[in-house]
Design a protein around this ligand. Structure first.
Ligand SMILES: Cc1ncc(COP(=O)(O)O)c(C=O)c1O
Length: 447
């Protein structure tokens, strides 16, 4: 038995499924991927095998593994004694810089995870408006908690009912929570206008991923975000961009700056901590001042804005603000997509790879980007897992996301050679699977 397998058996004795996050059970390889170390664009498994890291901590690792700037932040924190549960001058400095970069941010509060950020901001939107319902977009993901893990990504068999009975995405979430959720299709102005028309009087917020990285990387159609902005403003609905994934991937201002549409509030996270747990929620002063001690809404926590990730956040922003940071990421993006598009074209593959900044999604079963969630039902998860496993065997680690068309990406530490190596592996692997992809595409046409 190899080391990975025996470690898995031991870990399962004390951790459910051998993991601390359900999705760390990697369906492509049939067990979790246990790692011993990471440096730059690389990670090594516990048998010492090296991989190019195309997960990059689900988007949190935009600086790569063990970036020297983050090492510096850790040393700085140690010299301060990593005092916790106190405000320091660094908290104000980080908040001021975030407010300078993120267009909608007059004020910001820091926490650790994306799920926490959406939870607290949903509460604030409800308290601010005095309304309770949430319009959400199908396919979008906003964390695993009771407030919003409903109606986002129903299985195909449940999809038909989702708009009348929003699908509860995990057992254990009381069905009563579904009454607050109004799912609508992405990029569909009529459906959104109808939902607003029917529910504006009881709807606190419209929450959305401006780029749907959690499902096929669906981007907003031209004019859609501006339409959403106007409709929500006219109907006293808070516009909430969940930028946990999209923040910092293409620019310092996030997707709201990239598309030029400013929400009332947003969450940001992942990359912000330079690999350490840091997320934030921000927005217009009048909404953010709903929090105690200014307003009545509670938001507290022993580990909120821990000094270590706060210092890492400052170090991350120093790096991301360098004049060559985004041009370098952009050149990796151009290189990767020119390469993968050529492979798709040369083999006539039925797949599409969408991207926004340093993150991209692979969708099987169609050559045109999807516009809404149901367009992604053509994706073959089983085939995709086989493709990802073959890449893994060849030293390129893409996270499996259960075979779904979720996001992958690179960091500032990836080199042109890394990108070329990934393209070579994809070239070889997709060549092996081109007949399966073709057969799948033909089967989808018959359906
Ligand atoms: C858009 C979005 N919101 C919220 C979350 C939840 O973040 P976390 O995993 O840090 O709880 C994610 C995570 O992938 C995300 O992509």
């Amino acid at each position: 038995m190899n080391t990975l397998q025996s470690h898995y058996l031991k870990a399962k004795e004390v951790l459910p499924g051998g993991v601390n996050s359900s999705t760390r059970f990697n369906k492509a390889i049939g067990k979790p991927f246990y790692v011993s170390k990471g440096r730059g664009s690389r990670v090594w498994d516990i048998e010492g095998k090296e991989y190019i890291d195309m997960c990059c901590a689900h988007g949190a690792g935009l600086l790569g593994n063990a970036h020297p700037a983050i090492d510096g932040a850790l040393r700085r924190a140690a010299s301060i004694g990593y005092v916790n549960s106190f405000e320091t001058e660094y908290h104000e400095e980080l908040a001021r810089r975030v407010c300078g970069y993120i267009p909608c941010a007059d004020r910001v509060r820091f926490c650790s995870s994306g799920s926490e950020a959406t939870l607290h901001l949903i509460r604030a939107c409800r308290a601010f408006t005095g309304k309770e319902k949430i319009i959400r977009i199908e396919g979008h993901f906003h964390g695993y908690h009771e407030m919003i893990y409903i109606g986002g990504q129903p299985p195909r068999s449940e999809f038909g009912r989702n708009r009348s009975e929003p699908y509860i995405e995990s057992p254990g979430i009381p069905k009563e929570y579904a009454q607050f959720i109004i799912p609508v299709p992405y990029n569909d102005r009529e459906a959104l206008a109808a939902a607003v028309n029917d529910h504006a009087h009881e709807t606190a917020m419209l929450i959305m991923e401006p780029v749907n990285f959690n499902c096929a990387g669906i981007t907003p159609e031209p004019g859609y975000l501006a339409f959403v902005r106007e409709l929500t403003r006219d109907n006293d609905i808070v516009l909430f961009f969940d930028e946990i994934q999209s923040s910092f991937k293409k620019s310092l201002g996030g997707a709201q700056a990239d598309f030029g549409v400013i929400p009332d509030v947003c969450t940001i996270g992942k990359a912000l901590g330079g690999g350490l747990p840091l997320s934030a929620f921000c927005g217009r002063a009048e909404i953010m001042d709903i929090f105690q001690p200014v307003g009545p809404v509670q938001h507290s926590g022993t580990f909120n804005a821990h000094l270590v990730p706060v210092l890492a956040g400052l170090a991350f922003l120093d790096e991301a603000a360098r004049p060559d940071f985004y041009p370098s990421l952009r050149s990796l993006e151009d290189r990767f997509h020119a390469g993968i598009d050529a492979i798709i074209h040369d083999y006539g593959l039925s797949m599409t790879v969408t991207h926004h900044g340093a993150r991209f999604n692979m969708l099987l079963g169609r050559t045109e980007p999807a516009l809404r969630y149901e367009d992604t039902f053509c994706h073959d998860s089983r085939l995709f897992l086989e493709i990802l496993k073959s890449c893994w065997e060849r030293g390129v680690y893409f996270h499996d996301y259960g075979g779904g068309p979720a996001h992958h990406g690179y960091s500032i530490k990836h080199t042109n050679d890394d990108i070329d190596r990934v393209l070579t592996v994809l070239h070889d692997v997709l060549y092996i699977y081109q007949n399966s992809l073709q057969m799948h595409a033909e089967a989808m046409e018959v359906l």
